[in-house]
Design a protein around this ligand. Structure first.
Ligand code: PEP
Length: 252
């Protein structure tokens, strides 16, 4: 049986109340007839209540872009999984390369965040991916294996029943350089096989998204690959027509 498709937008640190309102209205209307594709937007924390109110009863879900690994306490500036769950959050991105490289999140911290999210019934979208230098040194699989294994060891393979993996080659994020469908497929198949070593059924069912300069013009060819189950979309998720077209391209 084919896996359902999923397209998630990552707004990063963009938006304001007025812009978000028109973007969300256009996306809600653009995807209302969509079938067999789930769509979500991961919004900055201050706009969570706006998303919560506007998306109620629509086909568009919402999520956050980060979560604390801690449950509660003296962690100024942090937001816990409990708090997100309290507001009805469904998804949370963990281990985005910008968090890993700009904010020093290690594989271990990412794994703890992943576990914290699951513990509160949020669906983590776990990002993995290599730098250009790592790809050129033929280290892509080694890096992806390490990033995945730390999470599997801490959270257990069963945790992947309720999570999504996003392959995001760092050299393709926000650069306009997309991995070719063949390059992406190769890594997606590797990720699925790596999970299958632990549990074949979980590997067959897990959604593996591709992220890295996905646009309306290249989405379909990526989504046609057998192990690419949708996309994690940065820049193009801020343009309603682009994001809607990408969601439509995910429909088989
Ligand atoms: C991202 O931020 O996760 C991303 C994939 O960005 P972009 O689509 O802009 O490359």
């Amino acid at each position: 049986m084919a896996r359902a498709r999923f397209v998630a937008g990552n707004w990063k640190m963009h938006g304001n109340l007025a812009q978000n309102q028109s973007l969300l209205e256009m996306v809600i209307s653009g995807i209302r007839t969509l079938q067999d594709v789930s769509c979500a937007v991961c919004v900055p924390y201050p706009y969570i209540s706006q998303a919560q109110l506007m998306l109620k009863g629509s086909h568009l879900a919402w999520g956050a872009q980060n979560v604390s690994q801690y449950h509660q306490g003296a962690y100024t500036g942090e937001v816990s999984a409990d708090m997100l769950a309290d507001l009805g959050c469904q998804y949370v991105i963990v281990g985005h390369s910008e968090r890993r490289t700009l904010f020093g999140e290690t594989d271990q911290v990412v794994a703890e965040k992943f576990r914290a999210a699951l513990g509160r019934s949020l669906m983590p979208i776990l990002c993995v991916g290599e730098t250009l230098a790592q790809r050129e040194q033929d280290e892509t699989e080694k890096i992806i294996a390490r990033q995945l294994d730390v999470v599997i060891n801490l959270a257990g393979i069963d945790a992947f029943k309720e999570s999504v993996v996003a392959y995001e080659p760092i050299w393709a994020i926000g650069t306009g350089k997309t991995a070719t469908p063949h390059q992406a497929q190769e890594v997606h198949a590797y990720i699925r096989n790596r999970i299958a070593v632990h549990d074949r059924k979980i590997a067959e069912n897990i959604q593996i998204l591709y992220g890295g300069s996905v646009k309306a013009s290249n989405a379909r060819e990526l989504f046609e690959m057998p192990d690419i189950d949708g996309g994690l979309i940065g820049g193009a998720s801020l343009v309603a027509a682009e994001f809607v077209s990408i969601c439509l391209a995910a429909q088989s």
